[in-house]
Design a protein around this ligand. Structure first.
Ligand SMILES: Nc1ncnc2c1ncn2[C@@H]1O[C@H](COP(=O)(O)OP(=O)(O)OP(=O)(O)O)[C@@H](O)[C@H]1O
Length: 242
């Protein structure tokens, strides 16, 4: 069973081609770190797959089908900075949005939906903040609310854009524990990640990206000095020698 298969994908912003010849078939049940230098197209890759930005060429298949037919099985955690946090809503409502695919946009959430959303907030240590306006949460708390929203959706594939950026050590540990639980439950998780020092500890698969796939596969096979330097243009000092 294929979870996410990409063929010959390319995309651009106006005339600036930022992704070309992208091909991969994600290992089901894997926890993959998407790693590459700034501007290498990591966020764009997620957005194009999720049809938030148009592709120029290529095929994107979720569960051997289209995104529109599999939407409730795909969870997305966007970059925190890409969201309007002044939007007047509270943490619980943000989490309830994760259920809308299932309960329908114009239906009032039932008590059990609220209970599920509260459970998910509790799991991320955010139950006490359910009624708090999202603009009044710290960055790390906002990130936890996003994770709670993804969890309540109970998707089979999660795409997360830098969930660990700007969070403290406790939040990072809580988020990583959650991602590992998702993996243990048989879910597939892909995470845009910046910290090369934690790649081996956190991810069983790595996708090295620099406008195209430099290498994708098991961490121990792919995350080598040679491949990482290829992805980063050879300017990177290999951290293991430091
Ligand atoms: N909305 C946009 N309009 C025009 N160009 C864009 C836009 N968003 C991204 N780009 C450009 O596309 C390229 C890829 O950007 P993208 O955000 O996908 O990279 P990234 O790997 O996620 O970067 P980072 O690690 O800095 O978050 C960059 O050169 C960027 O400047």
């Amino acid at each position: 069973m294929s979870v996410l298969k990409i063929e010959n994908l390319s995309a651009s912003y106006r005339k600036n081609k930022v992704l070309y010849d992208v091909n991969f078939d994600i290992q089901p049940g894997s926890l993959t770190g998407i790693v590459g230098p700034n501007g290498s197209g990591k966020s764009t890759l997620l957005k194009v797959m999720l049809e938030l930005h148009p592709k120029l060429t290529g095929k994107v298949k979720f569960f051997n089908s289209s995104l529109s037919k599999t939407k409730t099985r795909v969870g997305y955690v966007p970059q925190r900075g890409s969201v309007d946090w002044d939007f007047p809503t509270n943490a619980l409502d943000v989490v309830l949005m994760g259920l809308y695919g299932k309960i329908g946009w114009f239906k009032w959430p039932a008590r059990k939906d609220k209970e599920r959303a509260m459970e998910s907030l509790s799991k991320m240590g955010m139950a006490d903040y359910a009624d708090r306006q999202i603009s009044q949460l710290s960055g790390g708390q906002q990130q936890r609310v996003f994770l709670a929203r993804a969890l309540v959706q109970d998707a089979d594939l999660y795409l997360m854009d830098e969930p660990l950026v700007g969070v403290d050590a406790a939040t990072e540990a809580a988020i990583m524990a959650t991602l590992k639980e998702l993996k243990m439950a048989g879910k597939t998780v892909m995470v845009v990640h910046h910290d090369l020092l934690t790649v081996e500890e956190y991810f069983d698969h790595v996708m090295l990206l620099n406008r195209t796939i430099i290498k994708y596969g098991k961490t121990e096979e792919v995350f080598t000095k040679e491949n990482v330097q290829k992805a980063y243009g050879g300017v990177l000092r290999w951290m293991k020698e430091a």
